[in-house]
Write a new protein. Structure first.
Length: 393
């Protein structure tokens, strides 16, 4: 598997690279990988767990995957140091290429010194050509692009430039940078070059009608949006229990606190908005009605990459009696995300090898806001993934 990671030096990206290299060297077991479950027997005949990494970044471009991983490790100590040192020689050799930060909002100012292609004075066409050429140099038949960059603000949809691929090309030719966000340019570069694309973030990525059209034309599989790894995973696994027992949820409050870069970026209102929508919309889709809900995300520096979610559920039972349920999720974001990144890449490559293309909606299991799918219940999503896999095999 050759994973081209957008946001290469972030904590999810570097933890994925450490994990991938460590699996290949036999330093760790495969706990956390969905694709290793018995239901997906045979996937290794199509996609082996051998790894190469590369990607785009907008900061610390004189570093490498090891120095970036080490920086995150020093702050978080989120796994055994022997694992990191065990893959040092592999990761030290990998450097990210300079990317674009177009329309990424005020949140990324938190990183300090940003280095981007547009700051070098490149036009939209030149930016896209550089992204494409970086991906092409890395690309072979086993390559996938995964977006792991900071969450962008919600983009304003333009009928003129985002609806069709001709419109999108016109936007690039006319250098209309104000209509282009970084995530859509990376997605475009990948899909145009026949590379499967996964969007682990709530950013727009390949969700534009223009890029869906391009994916169908070029027969490229893609999937997204926003990895379902923590509070939303618990929420969409638990909410069906109330549904199955015909209990009425009258209110659900989820209060999330997190630190680290992701938390800092999400503390900016424009960047936070897309995440809240992604987290908030799941209940109505599962239950068929919208209970009163509060979803909050706040920055809490000392937690670093630990994400704590406090959820309070108020529900009504027989005889109209109201009852309460509380849970606390205390996860380490990159540790729950990294194996899912590998799974998303693996299933996308499997899809490509089995001739599946366009939005792979059966991969809804991995996402908070699955593209072109209303299946939000985790149990149903898992079954859907298994059925799809067995049929495609
Ligand atoms: N469990 C999880 O961690 C989880 C779950 C779902 C979604 N996500 C999403 O995954 C993404 C990555 O999370 P993280 O914790 O690794 O964040 P992070 O802040 O550690 O990493 C993000 C990286 O992206 C880089 N970046 C920002 N804009 C870029 C651009 N336009 N081009 C190239 N690189 C860019 C940053 O410099 C940084 O290195 C976030 O959008 C987050 O919301 C994470």
């Amino acid at each position: 598997m050759k994973l081209w990671l957008i946001g290469a030096y972030g904590i999810v990206s570097t933890t994925t690279a450490v994990g991938g290299a460590a699996i290949e060297k036999g330093l760790i077991d495969k706990t956390g990988l969905v694709s290793e479950l018995p239901q997906f027997d045979g996937i290794a005949d199509y996609v082996k767990l051998n790894f190469k990494f590369g990607g785009h970044e907008i900061r610390d471009l004189n570093g490498n995957f090891y120095s970036a991983a080490h920086m995150h490790w020093k702050k978080n100590k989120h796994y055994d140091t022997d694992i990191l040192e065990g893959v040092k020689s592999e990761l030290e050799k990998i450097k990210a290429e300079k990317g674009t930060a177009l329309m990424c909002g005020t949140g990324i100012e938190e990183f300090g010194n940003i280095e981007s292609l547009e700051e070098d004075g490149l036009s939209l066409r030149e930016i896209v050509e550089k992204l494409e050429s970086d991906m092409r140099k890395f690309k072979d038949n086993e390559t996938v692009v995964i977006n792991l960059a900071s969450t962008e603000p919600i983009h304003k949809f333009s009928k003129e430039y985002h609806e069709t691929i001709d419109g999108f090309e016109t936007m690039i030719d006319e250098d209309r940078k104000e209509f282009a966000t970084a995530s859509m340019l990376y997605a475009y570069a990948a899909i145009k070059n026949g590379i499967p694309y996964g969007n682990f973030t709530p950013s727009v990525g390949s969700s534009l009608p223009a890029l869906k059209e391009l994916a169908l034309e070029n027969k490229v599989p893609h999937a997204g949006n926003d990895g379902k790894t923590g509070e939303t995973l618990v929420k969409t696994t638990l909410a069906p229990m109330f549904l199955y027992r015909n209990l009425k949820i009258v209110g659900w409050m989820g209060y999330n606190i997190l630190g680290d870069f992701d938390g800092k970026v999400l503390s900016h209102k424009d960047n936070k908005e897309s995440k809240i929508i992604s987290k908030d919309s799941v209940l109505e889709k599962i239950l068929g009605y919208a209970p009163y809900s509060i979803t909050e995300i706040e920055y809490f520096p000392s937690l670093v990459d630990n994400k704590t979610a406090f959820d309070f559920i108020h529900f009504k039972g027989f005889l109209g009696t109201k009852m309460k349920f509380y849970f606390v999720w205390d996860g380490i974001d990159a540790i729950v995300a990294a194996p899912i990144v590998i799974d998303i890449a693996r299933f996308l490559l499997f899809a490509k090898k089995r001739g599946k293309y366009g939005v792979i909606k059966e991969m809804a299991f991995f996402f908070k806001s699955p593209m072109e799918s209303n299946v939000i219940n985790t149990h149903e999503q898992f079954q859907q993934l298994v059925n799809w896999y067995r049929e495609a095999l």
